[in-house]
Design a protein around this ligand. Structure first.
Ligand SMILES: *[C@@H]1O[C@H](CO)[C@@H](O)[C@H](O)[C@H]1NC(C)=O
Ligand SMILES: *[C@@H]1O[C@H](CO)[C@@H](O)[C@H](O)[C@H]1NC(C)=O
Ligand SMILES: *[C@@H]1O[C@H](CO)[C@@H](O)[C@H](O)[C@H]1NC(C)=O
Ligand SMILES: *[C@@H]1O[C@H](CO)[C@@H](O)[C@H](O)[C@H]1NC(C)=O
Ligand SMILES: *[C@@H]1O[C@H](CO)[C@@H](O)[C@H](O)[C@H]1NC(C)=O
Length: 824
């Protein structure tokens, strides 16, 4: 068994260079109306007619036409065309099921009695009407591209003249797309009622309308991994002065689970448009907007946006909002959260929106409310707009039968003629690697497989929960945990025991074994769990690696987080080296980010229900990851019975309002988080029964001291001298607001996040002041207004540090932003 698993790995490593460029298994490139081959951008298009007749073509009345006066240097591919005076078909044998690309090249010229500009025809692919009553009136080459799923051994392309007219085509391409080119997960339906999940995108027939290399140059098929053409965005910008090119000279860090070079080539991710903040005549916050013309037909469109953070000097500095047709499409998009510890890592997100009467699809990116005043920006690297056309022709059924009969007679011939044997052999080997590679992954369960955006879960297979690909055999878990060795227990909770384990490829995991073996109780919850958890990928949330439900076991396997619970780093006998105030702030900010994402990242929002310092884990770099949102429920509309039967949460952290009214909202998490904030500040447990009655409950005790204005008396002794007064003040105010009696009075997680970042800025800016103090002795006793102005100028200094491009934001602009933020 061990060796069986090893072999695919070896194959994978051996053929690694294959993945450098994609070689489709099905790859038909046809030079129509010609005996000879023609090449274009290094690809050979095969003539569709030979002396023995045509291999692919079945048409009684088709005519080969030659352009007698081609323009000089015009590609030979367009010197010929095939004209159909009645129905004519190309048929191609397919080896691979799944998403394929089909392209038609049209270049109308005059020859014999035909003026191709007067042609009118429809085109069907396997009975699906994809081009309806088309008149190719153009002086240029028109290329129409379709992306569709083929689940058949044969592709039949039918040219059907309209009204005793004729049809024609100069070249045809049919080839399979890489696996996961269009996946059914993570697509966001955008409209007036908010963002919802859009299902089954991969079964749609898509027609490419726009393909844009934002902020960059035209990319020709020669330089594209799937022989596409990308054009610059300038002509679509609504207000050119709002945008500024960003160009990276480094190749992007393609990561497993993110976008691949086939999704879009390097060049797309190496350029972007960003907010043009140099122009002082613009407000400090504005959108960059593009209008892309589309037909006014109300059809849904797939909008694939490509992102790669090539503008930030470090992770977690860039937050922005994405709008489509004026509706919010992605709020607080944090590219760092969707990638793992790496800047400039390409991702893409799929959206669906309808065209409307305006005749355009409008895209905007603009700063999020969360972007700190020192880092206002928004970017876009690439955009593709594809129309969904699913007009199934009524003759489909009929045609299918016809096809099956035909199949037998044609397949023999095709197999013999299957060309470029060597290239294909290699291709097949590469292909073989792919499913194997997937096996390796399904054994390895690298958490990196899957994260953020639409590019996430690219390797998971949709199944009954959508994620059958995450199943791990029980035997594997047994061996990973040394058959549930008691010495490997790293925790226990409501759900059961948690074991440390190591999967085959040395990936460390935390294995949560739930329920009593043999009992199926809680199975529906377990399934809900997996469905929810498998959708969540975020840098600050512990990700689910897989699950197992063999032998009535209910086991969840999570990524292992090296440095364990935050609690261990704050107090107690097993306490590690004390954390600095800056580290603590960064940890709180990370956890707040994770929670904010849980609350807002989904249509319904998810409530954690059990925030505490044991559920915030630290990785080897002290990056906070929120864990155990296991038994979370989607909120806020929770079934009453669920709440009363499952009052969850831990003593000392429980929202008093939830306790009283049994009503759970995301503000209950905010309350618990407030308790954690005081734990972090004071270095003591939320509840300590050893202490005197006034001191037992941390929340009450801390609030008391805070209200006396003596918070500094109860801070963790390790922090004395480290923590700057204004940072402490901000932090204390924030924690207090989180603990407000009523949920409505508590801030949202987004506000908490912003304020914590502000507390960090205050901590850091004061440190800088220590280094070069040109502010004189600004006293802490100054009145409110002076202080805010003072803060704004320190913020500017930070900006100078972060942002080497410099910034023209004036003090008054920063001032107003800070005021706005404060008022939130
Ligand atoms: C056209 O190309 C195919 C495959 O690339 C090759 O097998 C065939 O011999 C070529 N035909 C001519 C006429 O060059
Ligand atoms: C593709 O799917 C069809 C229909 O489900 C099936 O008949 C055919 O064998 C499949 N082909 C391959 C190569 O898997
Ligand atoms: C391909 O890209 C290179 C480098 O960007 C460029 O110099 C070249 O002109 C491109 N070739 C084509 C055919 O677009
Ligand atoms: C700034 O924007 C204005 C329009 O608002 C434009 O006229 C001006 O040329 C821009 N200046 C720069 C430096 O881009
Ligand atoms: C950006 O555009 C959206 C949608 O049109 C709008 O709601 C938002 O207010 C704009 N943001 C700014 C800063 O102008």
């Amino acid at each position: 068994m061990e060796t069986q698993k090893l072999i695919p790995l070896i194959i994978f490593l051996f053929f690694l260079p294959c993945s450098v460029s994609f070689v489709p298994i099905d790859n038909y490139l046809i030079n129509c109306g010609s005996h000879s081959n023609a090449s274009l951008f290094n690809r050979v298009f095969m003539g569709d007619s030979t002396n023995q007749g045509s291999i692919f073509l079945s048409s009684d009345d088709s005519i080969s036409l030659i352009n007698k006066n081609p323009s000089p240097n015009f590609p030979t591919l367009y010197h010929t065309a095939r004209v159909f005076t009645s129905n004519g078909r190309y048929r191609f044998h397919m080896k691979e099921n799944g998403t394929h690309l089909v392209r038609f090249h049209f270049f109308p010229f005059k020859a014999q009695s035909f003026d191709m500009k007067s042609a009118k025809f429809s085109v069907l692919v396997n009975g699906i009407l994809i081009i309806k009553e088309f008149r190719p009136i153009s002086d240029h080459v028109l290329i129409k591209e379709f992306i569709l799923k083929i689940e058949s051994n044969m592709v039949e392309i039918l040219f059907r003249p309209v009204n005793s007219g004729f049809g024609f085509v100069n070249a045809v391409e049919v080839f399979n797309a890489p696996v996961d080119f269009v996946i059914d997960y993570g697509t966001r339906l955008v409209g007036p009622s908010g963002v919802e999940e859009y299902k089954h995108i991969s079964s749609k027939v898509l027609e490419t309308i726009h393909r844009i290399n934002v902020g960059g140059m035209k990319i020709t098929p020669f330089n594209d991994t799937l022989w596409r053409t990308w054009i610059p965005d300038e002509d679509y910008l609504v207000f050119k002065d709002a945008a500024k090119h960003a160009i990276s000279t480094h190749t992007p860090n393609f990561q497993k689970g993110g976008a691949t070079p086939e999704i879009a080539p390097e060049n797309v991710y190496m350029t972007a448009q960003q907010m043009n903040r140099d122009n002082s005549s613009l407000a400090s916050r504005f959108n960059i907007t593009w209008n892309f013309p589309v037909a006014r037909d109300g059809f849904p469109h797939l909008i694939r946006l490509h992102f790669c953070d090539i503008v930030s000097p470090a992770l977690n500095l860039l937050y922005f909002d994405v709008y489509i047709n004026g509706y919010i499409a992605y709020k607080d998009l944090d590219l760092s959260a969707l990638t793992i510890h790496t800047l400039a890592s390409p991702i893409y997100v799929d959206f669906v929106a309808n065209s409307d009467d305006s005749g355009v699809i409008q895209l905007s990116v603009g700063p999020s409310d969360l972007s700190s005043s020192i880092r206002i920006n928004a970017i876009l690297n690439g955009a593709e707009i594809m129309k969904m056309i699913n007009n199934v022709d009524d003759s489909t059924v009929h045609r299918r039968k016809h096809l099956e009969v035909l199949f037998g007679s044609i397949v023999g011939g095709i197999v013999v003629l299957f060309f470029v044997a060597t290239v294909f052999l290699l291709a097949i080997k590469c292909r073989k690697k792919k499913p194997k590679e997937r096996t390796v992954e399904s054994v390895g369960w690298t958490p990196l497989n899957v994260f953020g955006g639409s590019s996430l879960s690219r390797t998971s297979e949709p199944g009954s929960y959508g994620y059958l690909g995450m199943k791990i055999p029980f035997a594997e878990i047994q061996s990973a945990t040394n058959n549930f060795d008691r010495n490997l227990i790293i925790g226990s909770g409501g759900f059961g025991m948690v074991y440390k384990g190591v999967l085959r490829d040395n990936v460390k995991v935390a294995v949560k074994r739930g329920g009593t073996p043999g009992s199926r109780q809680g199975l529906p919850e377990f399934h809900t769990e997996i469905t929810v958890l498998s959708k969540i990928r975020h840098r600050h949330l512990v990700s689910l690696v897989g699950f197992c439900e063999e032998n009535s076991e209910m086991i969840l396997v999570y990524e292992y987080v090296e440095k364990g619970p935050l609690k261990k780093h704050l107090y107690g006998s097993s306490r590690q080296l004390p954390l600095s105030w800056k580290q603590r702030l960064e940890i709180c900010i990370g956890a707040a980010r994770g929670l904010h994402y849980l609350h807002t990242g989904f249509a319904q929002g998810i409530i954690h229900r059990d925030i505490k310092s044991t559920n915030i884990l630290l990785d080897e770099d002290y990056v906070a990851k929120v864990a155990d949102f296991g038994l979370s429920r989607s909120g806020p509309c929770i079934n009453e019975t669920h709440v009363s039967t499952g009052v969850k949460g831990s003593f000392g952290y429980l929202d008093p309002e939830y306790y009283r009214r049994q009503q759970l909202t995301d503000k209950s998490d905010v309350y618990s988080f407030g308790v954690v904030l005081f734990e972090v500040l004071c270095g003591r447990p939320a509840v300590d029964p050893q202490l005197t009655r006034e001191q037992v409950n941390l929340a009450e005790w801390a609030i008391e001291w805070l209200q006396k204005g003596m918070l500094e008396h109860i801070v963790d002794p390790h922090l004395v001298g480290d923590i700057k007064p204004r940072s402490l003040k901000k932090f204390g105010e924030m924690a207090e607001k989180c603990l407000a009696e009523y949920g409505v009075d508590r801030p949202s997680m987004g506000d908490v996040l912003w304020n914590l970042e502000y507390a960090l800025q205050l901590q850091e800016s004061e440190q800088q002041r220590g280094v070069h103090d040109d502010y004189g002795s600004a006293s802490e006793e100054v009145n409110e207004t002076t202080r805010t102005i003072h803060e704004s100028s320190t913020s500017r200094r930070i900006e100078k540090n972060y942002d080497n491009e410099g910034s023209d934001i004036s003090t008054s602009q920063v001032f107003s932003q800070l005021m706005n933020k404060e008022g939130r």
